[in-house]
Design a protein around this ligand. Structure first.
Ligand code: ADP
Ligand code: MG
Length: 350
């Protein structure tokens, strides 16, 4: 063999199902003592040590939830983990374990699956979660991914959607709207590419929003921050569908109303510029865009001094009595009822 020649790679058939699982999962480290048994038995064993357990799962389908023509597989593996961790963090709980199940058609080779698992591993390493199992099977068409995430916590720390009270402050982490606009940029470049495959897109001005779409992060750090600040949110949710639908979930489950102030919604300058370019209203994007994976929560007013100086947290409104309803208070000081708009309101996909 030549020095720089790669050793021939086994095919999926040659590896077989067990060989493949072993190959893909061998580099994963375990970091939680609650993980008593991970991959390799009929089931994993987890020791909750008198904590309560939170469990969440998501199913992602190619062509519905992701598009491999602009989503590199490594990013997809990363994002599949992140979106589940975000749901655990939205309970104010640190995630400890995940399982990862995949179905792939014969269009995917070993390189593709390795790239996907590189992304899964990067997320597991960065967020300190143990991969404890999964399932691997074939599909007739496309790729399906199912991730289950587990976290554990003292019962008193867990935050549901249902605990907000009138006069509580509504707080959001980071900034929003970027992921949706990142998707618009990628969709536009895909269309340009179809017409002229030699055209090299200049994505530089859009780095932040494209990353928000392709490589989102979950706010593990905010859970740590709230603990440090000794703030126990009264209700919490993560922003996967857009600010307005998440606010409405909090309102409905907590039986309260809300005033959201348009001028307080945190937007990155890149979001404002790209919204202008796409002739879209940046507030509407923040309200309906989705996939930002920021945390939205309510706190008692007495906790305000603890969070007010923090650049990661923005107070965007307050809760009211249920009968007052949920409203956006615009810059012009008019009140508009909040609606749960999805992608459709932009004529986008769903
Ligand atoms: P079973 O026949 O009991 O379903 P499998 O052969 O599917 O067992 O899995 C063997 C081990 O590998 C189990 O611990 C399972 O959780 C794990 N596993 C299977 N597929 C994956 C995967 N895609 N990612 C991570 N772990 C996996
Ligand atoms: Mg199995």
């Amino acid at each position: 063999m030549q020095e720089n020649e790669k050793p021939s790679r086994p095919t999926l058939e040659q590896l077989g199902e067990f060989g493949l699982i072993k190959h893909l999962t061998q580099g994963f480290q375990l970091s939680h003592k609650s993980t008593l048994k991970a991959i390799g038995d009929d089931a994993a064993i987890i020791d909750p040590e008198s904590h309560e357990i939170v469990v969440t799962t998501d199913l992602l389908v190619e062509g519905v939830h992701f598009d491999l023509s602009y989503m590199p597989l490594k990013h997809l593996g990363y994002k599949a983990v992140i979106v589940n961790l975000s749901d655990v963090y939205a309970m104010n709980v640190q995630a400890t374990q995940i399982t990862m199940s995949i179905a792939v058609s014969n269009r995917f080779g070993l390189d593709a699956l390795e790239a996907f698992y590189d992304g899964v591993k990067a997320a597991c390493d960065l967020y300190k979660v143990d991969l404890v199992g999964g399932d691997t099977t074939s599909s007739t068409k496309g790729m399906l991914i199912s991730v289950t995430a587990i976290g554990m916590s003292k019962a008193s720390k867990i935050v549901k959607r249902s605990g907000a009270k009138p006069n509580d402050l509504l707080v959001v982490s980071g900034d929003i709207g970027g992921a949706y606009l990142g998707l618009q940029v990628l969709e536009r470049e895909k269309e340009v590419f179809k017409v002229n495959p030699n055209n090299q897109p200049d994505l530089e001005p859009y780095t932040y929003i494209v990353e928000r779409q392709l490589k989102p992060e979950a706010r593990k750090d905010i859970i740590e921050l709230l603990e440090q600040l000794e703030v126990q949110p009264t209700a919490m949710i993560d922003i996967s569908d857009g600010l307005s639908s998440e606010i409405l979930h909090l309102c409905e489950q907590s039986e309260v109303g809300c005033n959201l102030f348009e001028d307080k919604i945190p937007l990155d300058p890149t979001v404002i510029n790209a919204a202008e370019e796409f002739k879209m209203d940046s507030t509407l994007i923040a309200l309906s865009g989705g996939e930002d994976y920021e945390l939205l929560f309510t706190i008692d007013q007495s906790d305000y001094p603890k969070i007010k100086a923090n650049p990661n947290l923005t107070v965007i409104g307050h809760m009211t009595e249920a009968r007052e309803g949920a409203h956006l208070v615009t810059r012009a000081d008019t009140k508009i009822p909040l609606q749960a708009q999805g992608w459709n309101s932009f004529g986008g996909k769903n």
